[in-house]
Design a protein around this ligand. Structure first.
Ligand code: ARG
Length: 473
C-alpha cells in the first residue's frame, strides 16, 4: 500500500503522511509505529521546540535562504500553534512520531507549502538537542528557585536554634555537643553546593546545537550566532558531530539532581529520626504527617520518607542516562530518544521534593528541651576533659586515655563527668584536676569550638550571615 504523501487531503481514517515518506513505499507496521513514537512523552517539549523553530525561521528569512514572506508566514503560524499548545488545544498524533513532526505537520496544514521550508538547513537531530536544552535551561532556573526556598527555610530554623544544644552524632552515637543551628547549617552548605553545581551545569546546557544539521553542518549560508542570540544561548556548539550526539549536559544535570536528592534524602532521614519518640527533637504538624489506616495512635512522617524514597528514582535516572550513552558511536542514534523520560523525571522529582522539603522544614516544631535532654547523656564532653589536660602540656594520646578512664568511672557510678569526685579523678589520672571538670559543661563545650566553621555561637552566627548574604535575605 502506498504511503500517504500529502499531509493535507488525508481522508478520514487514513494515516497522516510521514515527513520522511519519500523513500518508502510500504506502510509502517502499527507495532513499530507505537514502539518508535515519542510524542506521548516529548510533547511537553512543544513550547521550546516552537521557540527554536521561530528563531530558525527568522534566521532563514534574514539570511535569504528562504523568501522573507515565507519566513513571516512560518513565524505567524508557529505563534498560533504555540498559543494552541499553551491552551491545551493542540492535538498530538502518535502516527507523526514525535513532537517535532507534529508541529511541522500542523504548520503546513495551517499555512500551506511555505511550512515545508521550515526544515531547511536543519535536521531533527540538531532540533531535538536544541529543544531539550531550551527546556532544561528553564527547568534549572525553576529548580534553583525551589532550592533557594529550601535554603531560606533551613536558615530560618537555624536562626531560631542558635542556642539549642543537641547531640552531634557520629556512627549515630552521641559524639560532641553542637547546636540545632549548626546542624541545619550543615545542610545549608550541601544545598549551596548543589546550587553551584546546577549553575555550572547550566553553563554547559546553554550552548546552541542548531545549525549542526543531521551531523555535518549545512551548505546553506546560515547564521548560527543570530539564532543563538535570539534564543539566549551563550555559545554555539563548536563541532557539528558533537552537537547532535552530545548528551553530557543531560548526564551532568541528572548527576547534580541525584546528588541533591541524596542530600534531601539524608535530611528526610534526619526528620524521620527526629520525629520518632526515641529522639523527639521535632514534632511534625498535621499538615506534614499522615496517619495509619490500622493504628489509631500513629502519626507518620510520610513526606520525609517519600523524599527519601524518591532519591532512588533520580539515582536510577542518572544511571539510565549513563548506560544509554556508553556504547553509542557518533553521531545521533535513535537510542537517544530514551534520554527524555529519565531527564524529565529527574527534574520533576527534584523540584517536587525541594518544594515539599522547604514546607516541611518550615513546619517542623523543634523541641529544644528534648535536644538538651539527649545532650546530657553519653559523655559527649569527654574530649573537652582531655583537651583541658592538653592545654597543660599533656600529650593528647595520654589525655585521651585519662579522659576515657574518667568516663568509665563515671559511667560505672551512673553519674555525669561533672559529678566525679576528686578521688575518682586522681584514680583516672593524677594529672586530672577538679577544675578541669568545668570544661565538661555542655554550653561551655559548644562555646569553646571557636575554630573557623566550628560549633561555637560566633562561628554559627558567621555562617548565618554568610548564608543570608548568599541568599540575599
Ligand atoms: N524523537 C527523536 C528523539 O527524541 C527526535 C530525533 C529523531 N531523529 C531521527 N533521525 N530519527 O531523539
Amino acid at each position: 500500500m502506498a504511503v500517504e504523501r500529502e499531509v493535507k487531503g488525508g481522508g478520514r481514517g487514513r494515516a497522516p503522511a510521514k515527513p520522511w515518506g519519500g523513500r518508502f513505499s510500504g506502510r509502517t507496521d502499527p507495532r513499530v509505529e507505537a514502539f518508535t513514537q515519542s510524542v506521548s512523552f516529548d510533547r511537553r517539549l512543544a513550547p521550546w521546540d516552537i521557540r527554536g523553530s521561530i528563531a530558525h525561521a527568522e534566521m532563514l528569512g534574514a539570511c535569504r535562504i528562504i523568501p522573507r514572506a515565507d519566513a513571516k508566514k512560518i513565524v505567524g503560524g508557529l505563534r498560533a500553534i504555540l498559543r494552541e499548545v499553551e491552551r491545551g488545544r493542540f492535538s498530538f498524533d502518535p502516527a507523526l512520531e514525535d513532537v517535532h513532526m507534529n508541529i511541522e505537520a500542523a504548520l503546513t496544514r495551517r499555512i500551506g507549502p511555505a511550512g515545508g521550508r521550515l526544515h531547511t538547513a536543519r535536521s531533527r537531530n540538531d532540533q531535538v538537542a536544541t529543544s531539550v536544552r531550551l527546556w532544561l535551561r528553564e527547568e534549572i532556573d525553576r529548580i534553583q528557585a525551589a532550592l533557594k526556598g529550601l535554603r531560606k527555610a533551613l536558615l530560618r530554623q537555624a536562626e531560631r536554634g542558635v542556642d539549642w544544644v543537641m547531640p552531634g552524632y557520629t556512627h549515630l552515637q552521641r559524639a560532641q555537643p553542637v547546636t540545632f543551628a549548626h546542624h541545619l547549617l550543615a545542610y545549608g552548605q550541601m544545598f549551596r553546593r548543589d546550587a553551584e553545581r546546577l549553575a555550572e551545569a547550566r553553563r554547559r546546557v546553554n550552548v546552541l546545537p542548531l545549525g549542526a544539521g543531521a551531523l555535518a553542518g549545512t551548505a546553506h549560508p546560515i547564521d548560527r550566532r543570530m539564532v543563538a542570540r535570539r534564543l539566549g544561548f551563550a555559545e554555539v556548539a563548536g563541532n557539528s558531530m558533537d552537537a547532535v550526539s552530545d548528551r553530557d549536559f543531560a548526564v551532568e544535570f541528572a548527576a547534580t539532581a541525584a546528588l541533591a536528592m541524596v542530600h534531601l534524602s539524608r535530611l528526610g532521614e534526619e526528620v524521620v529520626l527526629w520525629a520518632s519518640a526515641e529522639f523527639g527533637f521535632v514534632e511534625l504538624p498535621d499538615a506534614f504527617s499522615t496517619g495509619s489506616s490500622l493504628m489509631p495512635q500513629k502519626r507518620n512522617p510520610d513526606p520525609a520518607e517519600i523524599v527519601r524514597g524518591k532519591s532512588a528514582r533520580v539515582i536510577g535516572d542518572l544511571v539510565a542516562l549513563l548506560a544509554l550513552l556508553k556504547g553509542l558511536p557518533l553521531t545521533y542514534n535513535r537510542d537517544m530518544q530514551e534520554d527524555k523520560e529519565p531527564l524529565f523525571d529527574a527534574a520533576d522529582t527534584l523540584r517536587a521534593c525541594l518544594e515539599v522539603m522547604a514546607g516541611l522544614v518550615d513546619a517542623v516544631r523543634p523541641r529544644p528541651e528534648r535536644m538538651a535532654q539527649a545532650a546530657e547523656g553519653g559523655y559527649m564532653t569527654a574530649t573537652d576533659l582531655a583537651d583541658a589536660m592538653v592545654r597543660r602540656g599533656v600529650p593528647f594520646r595520654e589525655a585521651h586515655e585519662a579522659a576515657g578512664r574518667a568516663v568509665r568511672l563515671a559511667s560505672s557510678r551512673g553519674v555525669p563527668l561533672s559529678e566525679l569526685r576528686p578521688a575518682d579523678l586522681k584514680k583516672a589520672d593524677p594529672r586530672l584536676r577538679a577544675a578541669d571538670l568545668g570544661a565538661t559543661a555542655l554550653a561551655r563545650s559548644v562555646a569553646s569550638r571557636r575554630s573557623e566553621g566550628g560549633a561555637s555561637r560566633a562561628s554559627v552566627l558567621r555562617q548565618i550571615r554568610a548564608e543570608r548574604k548568599r541568599l540575599d535575605v
